[in-house]
Design a protein around this ligand. Structure first.
Ligand code: ADP
Ligand code: MG
Length: 248
């Protein structure tokens, strides 16, 4: 069964065609990677899927729900979460508060952030946030302000924020970008554990080591067009893919 179906998506920035008639789908439970050289349109594609950018044409379906035209928070509420290429965290707040906010937003929608003090007294949300911080091994830092974290820890915090929303589909834009090899391996282990919980994953990734340890299907995007799709081992040897990377 398809959990995500994208048809005929085009997106231009002025004269630049960033996405050219992209058709794409993801099976429920899949670990799907999107790879491609820098500037291929990967982040633009993710932003079109999660409502941050409006595609010029095309449709995005999550199961039988049309995401086209929905606001990002509405897309969140139906069960789609995302991790951006640059972590989006609340730098002045503690880790625990950071993880409580998206969980509140999922439950209470637009009114979630109203009275801040309510958050501290919300035992259900707080317990859940604690649990999520344990999941990403940040529980000991829960009272630190988020801005003091290392880059790797910030990315793990953002992941905990996404997981606190119990997503059915998680989209990640280069989750290991800028991380040390040790942090990358920790993140791969974490993402594998998430997969075991039945969350469908779409990972945008530049690092082949990450792609081959995480994905069971790979889509290759180059210059806004899908040029190949298949199992990781087939994609690895595909001359079109090698050419796109060398050319890019
Ligand atoms: P990738 O994530 O694969 O590296 P992007 O989706 O970030 O690629 O970018 C695809 C192309 O679109 C690039 O040429 C980039 O410069 C351009 N682009 C991306 N976002 C914008 C924007 N907001 N305005 C203008 N051009 C953009
Ligand atoms: Mg990108």
């Amino acid at each position: 069964m398809k959990i995500l179906t994208v048809e005929g998506v085009n997106k231009s920035f002025g004269g630049l065609k960033a996405l050219n008639n992209v058709n794409f789908s993801v099976e429920q439970g899949a670990k799907h990677a999107i790879i491609g050289p820098n500037g291929a349109g990967k982040s633009t594609f993710l932003n079109c899927m999660i409502g941050r950018l409006a595609p010029d044409t095309g449709t995005v379906m999550f199961g039988d729900i049309s995401l086209t035209g929905m606001k990002p928070y509405e897309i969140n509420q139906v069960g789609v979460s995302r991790v951006f290429q640059t972590p989006e965290i609340f730098g002045d707040l503690t880790l625990l508060e950071n993880v409580m906010i998206p969980s509140l937003a999922k439950r209470d929608g637009e009114y979630a952030l109203h009275p801040f003090k309510r958050m501290e007294h919300d035992a259900e949300i707080r317990d859940k946030a604690m649990h999520m911080l344990e999941d990403v091994n940040l529980e000991n830092k829960r009272d630190m302000t988020a801005s003091s974290l290392s880059r790797g820890d910030k990315r793990r915090l953002e992941l905990a924020m996404c997981l606190s929303q119990d997503p059915k589909l998680l989209l990640l834009d280069e989750p290991t970008a800028g991380m040390s090899r040790a942090d990358t391996n920790k993140t791969i282990d974490l993402l594998k554990r998430i997969g075991d919980r039945g969350i469908t994953k779409v990972v945008i990734e530049h690092d082949m080591h990450v792609v081959f340890s995480l994905a069971d299907k790979v889509t290759v995007l180059a210059q806004g067009t899908i040029i190949a799709e298949g199992k990781p081992e087939d994609i690895k040897g595909d001359p079109r893919v090698q050419e796109a990377y060398l050319g890019g």
